[in-house]
Design a protein around this ligand. Sequence first.
Ligand code: NAD
Ligand code: UDP
Length: 317
Amino acid sequence: MARVAIAGGAGFLGSHLCERLLADGAEVICVDNFVTGRPENVEHLLTNRRFRLIDRDITEYLHVPGPLDAVLHLASPASPVDYARLPVETLMVGSVGTHHALGLARAKGARFLLASTSEAYGDPKVHPQPETYWGNVNPVGPRSMYDESKRFAEALTMAYRNSRDVNTGIVRIFNTYGPRMRAHDGRAIPTFIAQALRGEPITVAGDGSQTRSVCYVDDLIEGIVRMLWSDECGPVNIGNPHELTILETAELVLRLCGSDAPITFIPRPVDDPSVRQPDITLARERLGWEPKIGVEDGLVRTIEWFASQFLVPAQVA
Ligand code: NAD
Ligand code: UDP
């Protein structure tokens, strides 16, 4: 039976990963300080004898008693609204927190997996983005606390691999959505769904022509688990190449919610990437992975979950 520690395990992706690894038979130690995660995300797991929750800030110290087969590092504010609100915390968890997580993996002889991001490519000048592209990041811009902390975390991970003999892997996660996102986390899909269900105007930034490629959470988790138990070092892109403009995304959410809420156009954030699409050739070849859940299917599942949270009848088309 594998024994794994997940830093950031009470967040959106982390909680799905805890669930999945428990279902696979692993013992899971979730470490989280709840800065953006929620106890409700994992409270249904607390009765499982193979699950343990440790309330701790990993920038202070990351100690987990007993042996470990793997350390997964997902701890970081992840939405633009969260990391703008928590700039120093974001840089500290990407640097000091990553150092602690790597140190833990080294001490236990465990595999280490870093959840990096498509933001490592910044506002990309190569499209779609292969892992070989080095990116176009503004190091002092309003997204720099996130982008640069993840780029530093990648570099530290490679340093531990090359000089301290830790078995490491890096996944670059592209925009992922699904149940347990927070309605107010500022990311486009939960924002649009919450607005559509409440009949409020849908806030599209700029003219909505910027693109994102969105992946349903179950597909993403499958990719992470395959990477975890492989010997691949990465970085490997994990995401769904199905690319939509933000305006198309808003219109699709409206249609699937059966909502006639209006669309309102708001100012586009500075340094907002204009395009984003993963090249997943490497994940296909090395991990035998590709996404299976189409965007309409994934959005319907997500809308149903949000509707259940708001206690409104789901009128999903
Ligand atoms: P999230 O905010 O829901 O989860 C992050 C978790 O980390 C939260 O539970 C938070 O409380 C915890 N955390 C933050 N700082 C911590 C600290 N110092 N000590 C302990 N715990 C801490 O975000 P998410 O969407 O689940 O993202 C998870 C990871 O995946 C992040 O590292 C993020 O950068 C990466 N990622 C996510 C996406 C996406 O689309 N969701 C895309 C790219 C990368
Ligand atoms: N966006 C939007 N309306 C919102 C929130 C976001 O139009 O209410 C836009 C945002 O400017 C960006 C895109 O949607 O162009 C995706 O934003 P998100 O925060 O979901 O992800 P990221 O920018 O990190 O890829």
